[in-house]
Design a protein around this ligand. Structure first.
Ligand code: ADP
Length: 287
């Protein structure tokens, strides 16, 4: 068992039944009464690290096959929203999960501090421009949720404004769903201690240092305010059409598998099909 650190052992060690994928997703799916403190960032669902990594490969193979159909069909789309604190693993999730997909059918867009032009429009203007075209998967690295998170915590607009945005977000996401785009949202739930270690690693490692901004420490000092803002945003905007998943984020291999399982689940629900081929081509021989 030398290669299995204690905290990474399978549930079989404790004699419990292996947990099903559906149960894992049910436990991560947030309700309108979600309590973030009840979601353990170090959760492993009894998975073994090596098995989980192997399963990640199998699950992403299926995700990739479903993506190919989605692309070929060209009638539905999927928008994956990633939110989390600094060093929460948004970039790592994108690298691991999207790496397995056909790049022609995927777009990734990061949303930073709005430009002057963006600020001169409503908060959804810049977001809508990057939603996926039919047939594609788009990933948002931060999103319209910043407008009810950082904007709230840093008091950039009055409460009446950010609070009103919850309804606008629900309506916006319902619109996307009605028009063929499934919206799936992930909160990468990382513990305060894990964030501390990751930020310290960024400072200590010359190849990671470019990612560190002094502002990350200002945001870390507002930990409780951010957690409260995330919790409200999740409660206010989790819907059947656009669910939130609270993903255990401290262990990257758990995080990656949960995100891949959720992606597979929603792509299966979409159920894309290859378009019919032209008639009478089976007998054609290309010379
Ligand atoms: P990341 O931290 O995701 O790697 P950046 O270093 O570019 O990327 O940080 C993006 C910053 O932009 C974050 O601090 C985030 O809070 C901020 N930001 C994003 N959207 C908004 C917004 N609508 N209003 C104000 N700040 C925003």
């Amino acid at each position: 068992m030398a290669e299995h650190p204690d905290d990474e052992r399978a549930e079989s060690v404790t004699g419990l039944e292996p947990i099903t994928d559906e149960t894992v997703l049910d436990r991560c799916r947030a309700g309108t009464d979600a309590v973030l403190a009840e979601h353990d960032p170090r959760e492993t669902f009894g998975w073994d690290k090596r098995d989980a990594k192997a399963r990640f490969g199998d699950v992403t193979d299926e995700v990739s096959a479903l993506q190919q159909r989605l692309y070929a069909e060209g009638e539905r789309a999927l928008l994956m929203v990633l939110q989390g604190i600094d060093a929460g693993g948004k970039g790592g999730t994108i690298r691991s999960v999207m790496n397995q997909l056909n790049p022609a059918g995927v777009s990734v867009h990061g949303f930073g501090v709005p430009s002057e032009e963006e600020r001169a429009h409503d908060f959804l203007w810049r977001i809508h421009a990057h939603t996926p075209e039919l047939g594609k998967i788009a990933v948002f690295d931060r999103s319209h949720y910043e407008d009810v998170l950082v904007v709230r915590v840093k008091q950039l607009v009055p409460e009446s404004v950010w609070r009103g945005r919850f309804a606008h977000i629900r309506n916006f996401e319902a619109l996307l769903d009605d028009e063929g785009t499934t919206v799936v949202k992930f909160f990468l739930n990382v513990s305060s201690e894990e964030q501390r270690e990751r930020l310290q690693d960024r400072i200590d490692d010359p190849e990671e240092r470019w990612k560190f901004r002094a502002g990350d420490l200002d945001d870390r000092a507002l930990w409780d305010e951010y957690q409260a803002a995330f919790q409200d945003a999740i409660r206010e905007t989790t819907t059947d059409a656009a669910p939130w998943y609270v993903v255990p984020g401290d262990r990257k291999w758990v995080r990656n598998l949960v995100v891949a399982l959720a992606l597979r689940h929603h792509l299966r629900l979409i159920g894309p099909e290859y378009p019919p081929a032209e008639e009478d081509i089976e007998h054609i021989v290309v010379t």
